[in-house]
Write a protein that binds this ligand. Structure first.
Ligand code: 5GP
Ligand code: ZN
Length: 121
């Protein structure tokens, strides 16, 4: 697993996970943390974040692949708990400027609860 102790003092999501900034927590375990987005883009909009401070998808590799697998199994668990597994949801990871990433700590948006907008792909 990636080093869960890796954090950045100036990172908003690291601060949220350490309880220094409040959040509406949905799920947590030793390796990841999930909370409701402050500006929801759908009736259900959850951010699922690995505890390790990875900047975005560019930092995923064979060494931390177990952690990413763990995060996705947490997403599945959250989907069932939130009652969105059946009707469906979308998972998005914005990575870098062209994708409009605003918080440089790897996170997965989970969007659900309505018919989602036009698909890009
Ligand atoms: P990105 O644009 O990097 O893909 O996603 C960052 C997300 O974090 C945005 O959807 C934004 O609304 C959310 N966000 C930014 N600041 C906060 C905050 O302080 N609390 C919560 N819960 N969400 C935040
Ligand atoms: Zn961070």
């Amino acid at each position: 697993m990636a080093d869960v102790m890796r954090y950045d003092d100036n990172c908003l999501f690291c601060k949220i996970m350490r309880g220094e900034v409040p959040s509406d927590r949905v799920y947590e375990d030793s390796f990841c943390y999930a909370f409701r987005d402050i500006h929801p883009q759908a009736p259900t909009h959850i951010l699922v974040v690995p505890r390790a401070h990875l900047v975005n998808v560019t930092e995923i590799n064979r060494e931390n692949g177990d952690l990413i697998g763990h995060v996705f199994s947490a997403i599945s668990k959250i989907a069932y708990r939130e009652g969105i597994a059946e009707e469906g949801f979308r998972v998005i990871a914005n990575s870098g400027p062209h994708a409009g990433q605003t918080v440089p700590h790897l996170h997965f948006h989970v969007l659900a609860g309505t018919q989602l907008g036009e698909k890009m792909v």
